[in-house]
Design a protein around this ligand. Sequence first.
Ligand code: PMP
Length: 335
Amino acid sequence: MIVAPDVLGLIGNTPLVRLKRASELTGCEILGKAEFMNVGGSIKDRAALSIIRKARASGALKPGGTIVEGTAGNTGVGLALVGAALGHPVVIVMPRSQTDEKKRAVRLHGARLIEVDPAPFASPNHFVHYSRRLAEELNESEPNGAFYADQFDNPANREAHYEGTAPEIWKQTDGRVDGFICAAGSGGTLAGCAAYLRERNPEVRIGLADVPGAALYSWFTDGVLKGEGSSITEGIGVNRITGNLEGLAVDHPYRIEDAEFLPILFDMVKHEGLSLGPSSGVNIAGAVRMARDLGPGKTIVTVLCDAGQRYASKVYDPAFLTARDLPTPDWMTGR
Ligand code: PMP
């Protein structure tokens, strides 16, 4: 019998899928790591599992202790299901601006959800600071204490990708990977995969797909942290060097506008049967740019972080798009 011992066995070991149009367009093999196939529906299940396993092992999280985290949503889903499987109550803090679908997903995995108004990182009301304070308070008041997952600065996040995502990619491609690119939220995926792949082959090129409003593109091109503009994406775009990003070097930084990745995202639905979240669109757009810079014949891997369903009320809603002067595909409007 081949049986997963529990729900935690349904995290990781995701397939790689060839992205047909992106590959044909560029003459490269552009491959997507199908992270939407994790049990909680996103790449962040891996980080959640790694953070909680390591916190339990070190004693930072006690048996029955409460898990607290601030998140755009996907980490909250991962922590909710990992916490439930291991006997921990989970409290999730999310900015109100994130999709209802993600908020519901957090709740229907059994976590308590607290919504806060969006605030700049410098404000004490930013969801990261709010959740850290809440963890400190609950650590005093809860019988088994509380643990702050701290996905942005806890290295157990990037280790999930160094120990899981990247070795899987290496094996699935027989080591024939020329480039890896993705966007950064906490930076765990990018930094963890970059470290492992470069260790295996120092020639592997690492790309960053950054969105307007995020500061990493300017950091890796000019050495200054400057974020201008905005993006309709969620879960990506960071304005500081998080603990997980520390020490990362990027060979190919790109800035990807909404108008650049949306047609790619919608083509994926129409022509490849893959309905993905907006960060996956940014990642594929970045992979296409990187393929043009590296030249034909290369193999470039990117990440399909979550599925379109989580954004039905936004990126997949024609009214949302037209209100922002963004392209709406015919299949979406039924025309
Ligand atoms: N895409 C989505 C949809 C996400 O939720 C996240 C994490 N917030 C990311 C990409 C970025 O992943 P990471 O935190 O590893 O940088």
